[in-house]
Design a protein around this ligand. Structure first.
Ligand code: BG6
Length: 495
């Protein structure tokens, strides 16, 4: 184990929930396995359900039992986990939790360092933060951090109210707002590709780039999240956070240094430069969709309106595509197209940078099919970078053919490539908040998105459902690009 591994207690609110079991415990395990966590760590699981420590530890072992490493004893790993049945509204629960934390701090030598991770429904975020403070849990001799899952509010006003509540108990520096896309290996790679290669940055502007496309499509529908999704829709669920964050990383200026503050301040500038649209203009820039029944993987599937806890005449969008205009010197005139949807043809997140054509291309004159140069950053499921070029066809003429330079990030070490939550938890323990969203980013994103949701709320979507499950979304989404003379690239489908 490394000697400078961070020491802390992680208190997980929502310890019996899906996120904790599917993402957090496996991530803590992987950190432990690779020595990123010292033996001096403890996890306190907090939830309503009355579980014993043994039952809780068994749940944790269950969630990591697919890892079969000789060197890690699952019982020893699980022994770091403790359970505390909890009522978020009862002050006594907090007092007892504090006593438990004080005892565990002595046992595990965690030096008073505490992470409070809110992995639960957001209704109680404000209450929990206030009670943590009033009952003295945040008065610790070590550091304290609050990790908070999305949704961070429902619109700008509610996000601000929540932020104000949190700020009563934690400073901005102590608040780690999760956007799990920022923990993805290839999203983090955007900065390296841009700022560590002499060949891209000089071209990274409106002189050489014609448009940028960011797509995140899913095959799954809303499954059992109908209740949450009805009040969210794809706009709040994906665009306000993940899509705008990827856009900001692609568009930001090189920071002066790779520090948290410098990077965040460049991202904030991009969000500030987003051309505001009015409610009346929304239809010119954004398309909404809702999936109908269809065929996915050879099986017939239901439409969104037939899902559990969904209104049979719901207006909620399960698909959004849009055109973002960044009004600054670098990007004026370059549309950033975004597209995200459920129940689409494939699970894929990718970014396509389409370069402008040469002012004069000799091969066009020969009537050849010249492919524009594309830089494709493949975020998931396969990770990598592909550069689409034109090269000579292997024959006697001087004809050209599209070729691809491909880098696949599927190292033999794939098993050890950290997952998003693993990166993010570790960053939080080390006090690095670069890959978490600052309040200024959240606020600007909501303000942008609120105009669109207001426009959509005020006008029912009479055309819903408007795309078949298993398709590429509604036709209007194709038309959005066609009117600018572009089309969506579906490059990973071609591979
Ligand atoms: C979450 C959304 O933030 O991101 C989900 O709430 C969505 O609706 C998920 O399915 C997609 O994440 P990923 O990592 O699978 O692309």
């Amino acid at each position: 184990m490394t000697t400078n591994a961070p020491k802390s207690i992680i208190v997980i609110f929502g310890a019996t929930g899906d996120l904790a079991n599917r993402k957090l415990y496996p991530s803590i395990y992987r950190l432990y396995r690779t020595g990123k966590l010292s033996e001096d760590f403890a996890v306190v699981g907090v939830a309503r359900r009355p579980l014993t420590n043994d039952e809780f530890q068994n749940n944790v072992k269950q969630s990591v039992n697919h890892f079969q490493d000789q060197e890690v004893d699952h019982d020893t790993f699980a022994s770091h986990f403790h359970y505390h049945p909890f009522d978020v509204t009862d002050i006594k629960s907090y007092q007892k939790l504090n006593t438990l934390l004080n005892t565990l701090e002595d046992e595990y030598h965690t030096e008073g360092n505490r992470i409070f991770y809110l992995a639960m429904a957001p209704n109680f975020f404000g209450t929990i933060a206030a009670n943590l403070k009033s009952e003295g849990l945040t008065t610790t001799h070590g550091w304290k951090r609050l990790v908070i899952e999305k949704p961070f509010g429902h619109d700008f006003e509610s996000a601000k109210e929540l932020n104000d509540q949190l700020r009563q108990a934690f400073t901005e520096d102590q608040i780690y707002r999760i956007d799990h896309y920022l923990g993805k290996e290839m999203v983090q790679n955007i900065e390296v590709i841009r700022f560590a290669n002499a060949m891209f940055e000089p071209l990274w502007n409106n002189q050489f780039i014609s448009n940028i496309q960011i797509t995140s499509s899913e095959i799954l529908g809303v499954e059992d999240r109908g209740r949450y999704y009805e009040s969210s829709g794809a706009l709040r669920d994906m665009v306000q956070n993940h899509m705008l964050q990827m856009m900001a990383l692609l568009a930001m200026e090189p920071p002066i240094k790779l520090t948290t503050d410098e990077i965040r301040s460049e991202k904030v500038k991009v969000l500030r430069a987003l051309k505001p649209i009015t409610e009346d203009e929304v239809d010119n820039y954004f398309v909404r969709g809702q999936y109908d029944r269809g065929i996915v993987n050879g099986e017939e599937v239901n439409g969104y309106r037939d899902s559990n806890s969904v209104d049979p005449s719901s207006n909620t969008e399960t698909f959004v595509s849009g055109k973002l205009i960044i009004n600054n010197f670098r990007w004026a005139g370059v549309p950033f197209y975004i597209r995200t949807g459920k129940r689409m043809k494939q699970k894929s997140t990718e970014i396509i940078i389409q370069f402008k054509d040469l002012p004069m291309n000799l091969y066009y004159d020969k009537g050849e099919n010249i492919h524009p140069n594309l830089l494709v950053i493949r975020i998931q499921p396969d990770e990598g970078v592909t550069l689409h070029l034109n090269a000579k066809k292997g024959d006697f003429g001087s004809t050209s053919t599209p070729i691809k330079l491909n880098y696949n990030n599927d190292s033999k070490d794939k098993m050890n490539t950290p997952e998003a939550y693993e990166f993010l938890l570790y960053d939080c323990m080390r006090g690095d908040s670069t890959n978490f969203t600052h309040w200024d980013e959240v606020a600007l994103s909501w303000k942008y998105v609120d105009v669109i949701s207001n426009a959509w709320n005020n006008k029912s979507a009479s055309q819903f459902p408007n795309y078949e499950s298993g398709s590429n979304g509604p036709k209007d989404s194709d038309a959005l690009l066609q009117k600018d003379g572009f089309h969506w690239w579906a490059v990973s489908q071609e591979e």
